[in-house]
Design a protein around this ligand. Structure first.
Ligand code: 0L1
Ligand code: MG
Length: 259
């Protein structure tokens, strides 16, 4: 795909996010493959960075085997995180800033050193500083959640907001392989899961991200926040909701939803 076309599609998805106006999936009129989808994602993020947002890290998406099977794919996808998406635990999101938000429990890595692929889950550990619990709010910019996988990639893997917990644990002090999680909305249990559902192991997800970035000559940087991926299905949010995840060893992370 020509660069002009990449820029046109990036503008379309960026402006849908900016104006909170759902659009028809891009591939309905212009089919494209994964390589072009990531070029559109980068071009749409470049527009945000030009407006003053700062890159703070990366996220992995579609990391649970169940979700991958459901969508007929074998590989996760990734997206970029900006400071504008970051919130503290207990903060509020506003429905007016979202099309159709959903929330999912995650864990996040804070990186100590650059991480360059090719690498393995075991090798990743020395590049990590610490681990925190997280909630991710995803919000597809496509009408009625109707999209192909290249569309989701172009839409920065539906990234919208993420919330980090207060409990920051050095990687040397925690085994992230099987941390239980309970996601409640308004006090009612909606999902239960384990970090083991994140690409079988959150460190495998981190290594996969480094390896996918290596294919395009990029790395994970020291200081980056990396959301390793959802541990359960994502749950719809509505005005007035209070969402809270309790993660074994990492404590709770919460958010409020207002109109
Ligand atoms: O974080 C994620 O797993 C992103 C998933 C993208 C697809 C969706 O919006 O459900
Ligand atoms: Mg996610």
């Amino acid at each position: 795909m020509e660069n002009d076309q990449i820029q046109v599609l990036a503008e379309r998805v960026d402006s849908a996010a900016k104006t909170v106006t759902p659009i028809e999936m891009l591939t309905a009129t212009t089919p494209f493959d994964f390589a072009d989808a990531y070029k559109i994602q980068r071009a749409s993020m470049a527009r945000r960075f030009e407006r003053g947002e700062k890159k703070v890290g990366m996220k992995m998406g579609l990391t649970s085997i169940a979700k991958m099977e459901q969508m007929g794919v074998h590989d996760p996808i990734y997206g970029h995180l900006s400071d504008e998406m970051k919130r503290e635990s207990g903060a509020t999101i506003f429905m007016s800033e979202h099309c159709h938000p959903r929330v999912e429990p995650e864990i996040a890595f804070i990186m100590k050193h650059d991480l360059r692929g090719p690498t393995t889950a075991a090798e990743c550990v020395s590049a990590i500083e610490s681990v925190v619990g997280a909630l991710e709010v995803i919000d597809s910019r496509y009408e009625n959640f109707k999209f192909t996988l290249p569309d989701v990639v172009a839409d920065n893997a539906s990234s919208t907001r993420f919330f980090l917990g207060d409990k920051v644990i050095p990687i040397s002090d925690i085994d992230v392989s099987n941390l239980g999680m309970v996601l409640k909305i308004n006090g009612e249990v909606k999902e239960t899961g384990s970090s083991a559902a994140i690409f079988e192991h959150p460190l495998k997800s981190l290594a996969k991200l480094a390896n996918m970035l290596a294919e395009v000559g990029e790395i994970i940087h020291a200081g980056d926040i990396v959301l390793a991926g959802g541990a359960t299905k994502a749950v719809h949010l509505a005005d007035g909701d209070f969402a809270e995840v309790e993660i074994e060893e990492l404590g709770s992370v919460s958010l409020f939803v207002k109109e």
